[in-house]
Every structure is written in C-alpha cells, then in structure tokens.
Ligand binder design. Structure first.
Ligand code: GTP
Ligand code: MG
Length: 496
C-alpha cells in the first residue's frame, strides 16, 4: 500500500505526564536530631498540547505515530529540593483541525488561526513535600502528598479545510482546472475521473479581495452511500462562505446534462447536510468546445429561472473567469462583514471540570454513599494509603469542606461504605470523628517529642499540678473534678 501523504482524520491517544511525589524527610545535622521537615515538592507532569501551524496541510504525522505521552514530573527530595516539572509535548496541527473526545463524542476544540492551542491531556500535579505541609499545628508531618496521574484521553482529529469558496461537481467537470486558472495553485488535472483524491487549496486575488478556493474530489450519484470516493470530503467545504457548482457542458456520457448534473450534486449535498444555507454560484464549464457552448446556452435560462447566478466559463480559453472570480469575491466580502472579529489566536482552551472547584455532591447508591467533586477526588489521589498519618490528613481535609457533616445530615452511620470518586473510586468505612475523637490525643502530624522536650513547659506543667493539688486540699469536695479536667485538657490547651 502506498504511504498516504494527505490524512484528514486520525485518532490520537494522549497522556499527560504524572506528577512527581512529594518527599517526606527530616533535616539531620550533628547536635540537631530533629531539624524540622525538609522534604521538597514533586514536579508537575508535562501536558500534551495541540497548536495550529499555518504551514501544515495534513494530519499525516499523527497517522504514523498515534500515541503521545508527556514527561513525568520528578519527585521531591530532602533538603527542600523540589522535583523538576515534566516537559510539555506541543504537537503541530493544520489550521481548521477539529478535536473531538473519541469516547464521549464531545467536541473539545475547533482550532482555527495560527498559534491557537488546546491542552488535550493535562499533566498531573506534583505532590507537596512535608516541608510545605508543615504548619503551626502540624510541625513535623511524617508524610507527603502523592503526585497525581496525568490525564489520558483519546481524541479524534479531523481536518476541515478553511476555505472561503468550495467547488463541487462531477469528476472531470473541470474543478481542478478552475483552481489552476484563477490561482497559482497547480493541482493535478487529467481526463480521467477521480484525478483529485484530496482537497486542493488555491488563493485567488480579485480586485482588493483575497480569498481561498478549495477543490474537493468529484461527486457522483450515491456518493452519500459511499459510491465513488464518497461524500466524506464535503466536510472540507462546511466552513465555506459560498459553493460553486462546476457543470461539465462537454460530456458525452448518456443521461448527463448540466441541469441533471446539478440536481444530482444538490441531492448529495443535501444528504451530507448542513450546507443548505450557503449561497450557490453555477459555472457552466468548457464553453470553448462548440457543442459545450450550445448546451450551455440551453441550460442557462433554465438555471437562471431557479434564481441561480450562472456563469459561462472556459478554463481553457479563460472566458468568463474574471466575472466568476469577482462574484465569488462579493459573497466572501459580504460574509466577512457579518462575522464576529477573529478570536485572538493564542487562546488556550482547557476543558473545564463539570462541578465547581469547591463543590461536592453526595448521593446514595444501593449500600454505598458516593461523594463526587474535583477537590475530594484529587485529595484521595494524593493520599498514600500506606501511611496512617497521610490518611488522617485526608480525613481532616474532607471534614474541612463539610463532607462528614453532610453524610451525617443525610443519615450515614458509622460503618457505612463511602466511595469517593467515579469508576476508580476509593471506598472507606464511614467513621465520624465525633466517635473516635477521644482516641486522638494530639493532632495528626504533631510530633509529641517537640512538646515533651521543652523543659520550661515540663516545669510549668509540674507547677500547675502542684498548685491544683494544693487547691484540692483546701476545697476538698471540688478536688476530684479538678483532677479529671487536668488530665483531659492539660496537653491540648498548649496550642489552641
Ligand atoms: N475543452 C476544455 N476542457 C477542459 C476545460 N476545463 C477542464 N477541461 C478538461 O477536463 C478534464 C478534467 O479536468 P479536471 O480539472 O481534472 O477535472 P476535475 O473536476 O478536477 O476532475 P476530478 O478531479 O476527477 O473530480 C481535463 O482533461 C481538462 O483538461 C475547459 O474549459 N475546456
Ligand atoms: Mg480534480
């Protein structure tokens, strides 16, 4: 099989790089056994980005390599060393590339204009190291956050040529000849059908208007059912301001004449759909041939009676070409005047998450409570479930945005299953803090050694105890109650 050089529809599997894990490390130095947390953050994973390059006309590069994966972020290290970010992969696509999610069918972007970009697979965030997780309440976290996996997405890239005018007609009607006659493009021209296998673009200058003309492969009756080259190529004229019907006035094929040809092609355009509103021009071609001229003269009044603008032309002699190219320019100008001003070419369209960043939803599914939300799902992915301290930190984060309260409000009970996330959800047993609170003697992530090693605090506590003991002797009845309070509140009141 020949190696294709023009490819206008491809499937691309893209994966962002994973984020690097954060590092949990404690600074060590002689005579300073607990120098504080110094684990650095993981780097972010690289993203896969598509960017329009006006010089490209085909998606053939993707045909050869259909899997792309951006670089991972590096893990953080001790000594506050952050991991390096992974490099993005920027893939050049031709102007007019439409990006669709292959799994959902949702259109992600319609890339027009040189330099326009879209992120199709975002890299994962790097995890925070324990230095960044330390706070006044959690002085020495013994854990770090995991880097998130990069996004993975399969997209379909489809090229819809950006041309102002589209030429349609039977094979050998002279479409490519017309492009060659009015522009500097040099498409292949021959007297056999289906000479043109891929769309050709030509730039036409008519007066002070410059516009592009696309010549698509010839259509025949039944093209919409796949006959001939099919009508697939018609998507290349979906963006056109005008459609020119090129009719062959010098064909000897039985059953064909310009008016019949026009009806057949219109039926194929209708079967493709979406082109009804486009203004039409009719070019009766090959009037340099005597029989062709005669036939054109017969067909012209009939076509004009339908309200069509008709031009008798010859790409050989050049007759009628100027009038036709100026008529095309007029339609293009009119259309450009009604279009909104061009969008800035360097927009980055990043698919937005469905729910707001802060929000979460709780639903009941059979025996399971299901929590969905951008943040809670990210926090779960960042958690090292082998580290109880990290799991505790996750519970704190989930509580802070009110997930536990919401579950209690909805009637969840200790021991119920709670799934956080969608298909790859992590399932927990619901264990509300109010039940287990008594077991927590200090805050998660707090290192008791810090508190215990402060001699001043130890002395102060001893003094307090002596004072209360003395008071208990004085007020004998209240003594027992005082002792109880002391045990409960003693260590905790320090940091409130
Ligand atoms: N006499 C004459 N022949 C023409 C004219 N225009 C095109 N032809 C001839 O018609 C044949 C087909 O022309 P093409 O331009 O290749 O036709 P096409 O519509 O692009 O055909 P496909 O690409 O197969 O769909 C060629 O042999 C041309 O030389 C014309 O104005 N007069
Ligand atoms: Mg052709």
């Amino acid at each position: 099989m020949a190696i294709p050089t023009f490819v206008d529809r491809v499937t691309l599997h893209a994966s962002g790089g994973n984020g690097g894990h954060g590092c949990a490390s404690v600074h060590r130095e002689k005579f300073k056994p607990l120098g504080g947390p110094d684990g650095g953050n993981g780097g972010h994973g690289g993203s896969v980005i598509l960017k329009v390059d006006g010089g490209l006309t085909t998606l053939v590069d993707f045909h050869r390599q259909s899997h792309r994966r951006a670089e991972n972020g590096q893990p953080g290290k001790g000594g506050h060393a952050n991991g390096a970010n992974g490099d993005d992969i920027v893939l050049a696509v031709p102007d007019g590339t439409v990006v669709t999610d292959a799994d959902t069918g949702e259109q992600l972007a319609d890339l027009t204009g040189d330099g326009t970009e879209v992120v199709i697979a975002a890299g994962g965030r790097g995890g925070l190291g324990n230095a960044a997780l330390a706070s006044s309440a959690r002085k020495a976290p013994g854990f770090a956050l995991l880097g998130e996996e990069g996004e993975s997405r399969t997209v379909t890239l489809e090229l819809k040529v950006v041309a102002d005018v589209g030429l349609v007609g039977f094979p050998s009607a002279g479409k490519s000849s017309l492009v060659a006659a009015i522009s500097r493009a040099r498409p292949k021209i021959a007297d056999y059908p289906f000479t043109t296998l891929v769309p050709n673009l030509g730039v036409v200058v008519a007066g002070d208007t410059t516009y592009t003309v696309a010549d698509v492969p010839g259509l025949i009756e039944g093209a919409s059912e796949g006959r001939g080259l099919g009508h697939d190529f018609l998507r290349h004229i979906e963006r056109c301001a005008a459609i020119v019907q090129v009719l062959d006035c010098a064909t000897f094929e039985p059953g064909r004449d310009p008016v019949t040809d026009l009806d057949v092609i219109e039926a194929e355009l209708a079967a493709h759909g979406g082109l009804e509103d486009r203004p039409r021009l009719v070019a009766l071609n090959k009037v340099d041939v005597p029989d062709g001229h005669e036939l054109a003269e017969i067909a012209k009044p009939e076509l004009e009676a339908r309200g069509l603008q008709v031009f008798e032309i010859s790409t050989k002699s050049g007759v009628g070409l100027q009038a036709l190219s100026f008529a095309m320019a007029a339609i293009v100008r009119e259309r450009r005047a009604t279009l909104p001003p061009p969008v800035p070419p360097r927009i980055v369209i990043r698919p937005e998450p469905v729910a707001g960043a802060d929000e979460f939803t709780v639903g009941r599914e059979n025996e399971l409570w299901r929590v969905r939300g951008v943040k809670p799902e990210r926090w779960v992915r960042q958690t090292d479930f082998g580290n109880p301290e990290a799991v505790g930190y996750l519970a704190d984060r989930l509580n802070r945005i009110g997930i536990e309260d919401k579950l209690l409000e909805l009637g969840a009970r200790a021991g119920d299953g709670v799934a956080i996330g969608g298909a790859d959800a992590v399932v927990f047993d619901f264990a509300p803090q109010i039940d287990i609170g008594a077991e927590i003697l200090s805050r998660r992530g707090e290192d008791q050694r810090f508190a215990e090693e402060r001699p001043a605090a130890v002395r102060r506590r001893a003094k307090d105890r002596a004072y209360h003991a003395a008071r208990a002797d004085d007020a004998y009845e209240a003594g027992a109650a005082h002792d109880g309070e002391d045990v409960e509140g003693g260590d905790r009141s320090d940091d409130e």
